[in-house]
Design a protein around this ligand. Sequence first.
Ligand code: TRP
Length: 403
Amino acid sequence: MPNTTDSTDRTDRTTTDADEFTVTPYAVEGEIDYEKLLERFGADPLTDEQIDRLPDHPAIRRRTFYAGRDVDRSLEAAESGDPHAVVTGRGPSGPMHLGHVLPLYLAKRFQRETGATVYVPLSDDEKFLAKELSFAEIGEHTRENLRDVLAVGLDPDRTRIVVDTADADVVYPIAVRLAKHLTPATVEAVYGEQDTVGLQFYPAVQATHLLLPQLVAGRQPTLVPIAVDQDPHVRVCRDVAAKEALPVEKPGALLGRFLPSLEGPGKMSSSGEAASIELTDDPETVAETIRTHAYTGGRATLEEHRERGGDPSVDVPFQYLRFFFEEDDGELERIAREYRSGDLLSGELKDLAIERITDFLADHQRRRAALGSLADALEPYRLTREERTAALESAAVPTSFRG
Ligand code: TRP
């Protein structure tokens, strides 16, 4: 079923019945019904055919990324070797967790397989407005997060990293142009009531992020792989982009489920007290965190487990393997089978997850440690002077005071 509307006037916040849930960039509450959410948001489930054509990645094969908007546009461009972009960002409100890098590693896979240009914006402005943190604290998180983004190992020739306050010369004038079409009523309908005018304005900034590859390098399909809570930003962007006659097409989206939090279902929260695995954790910390905090689908006693078996569908160590860390489908199926039969114990399944996560983090941390000074490491990823001018010119916003 093609998605024909991007209506931003429907209300995403539903707070009535017990089985209701809220998903916006600023509030995720209740038990999320991922299928119902697509109806609410007006996005389409990925078809088998699309999954075949997308890069082969476990998060896609296993439908962690399960829905989208205009995915075919990007597939067509990738298949015919035409320019296309991927945008996925980070809100630097704290240390980065496993769940936060999934879209970045997915973007890397796209870049390697389809030659996509990748943009990674960091919304330090958004997090200053949304969290009880000073700019000094946000700045510290931004620097640490940048190291993690750089450690992903995206190709600097085809990747741009943007920090809102540091690249305000480009971001701000374009955001202003888009903000002209963002009414308080739309913002309230899509995001709920916002505490400050700062947060009411921010959607124009994220819309700028999503259009930036096209403003820099010309009209091209743009895919935005994100967790579902960020889809409202995509929808707003698609709306406002159509209202200003900009030389861009509407960005598409690839929508992902949340990585379950260690303690059970729900969003992996960076601000809450919930235990989580940070990208800088050493192997002992990873092991300790999983052994003491991970919710398991195992039985209460050894005898019962041997007899009745465990439930991989709620077991967090298993879900981590499924989302990301066990790429081999046959191996994953074997693990599930042995767990269900009771041959594999929860402790053994935890050890498997610990091993895979530790291996993954060892590579990430090795690249992170090799970066040297942040300014030098970041330099090849920053927008060039020509790219800045190109973006401002295609958005027809002032460039005249430059240089
Ligand atoms: N708003 C996102 C968050 O809070 C971060 C972000 C900024 C982003 N710009 C983006 C994500 C563009 C995807 C695409 O996590």
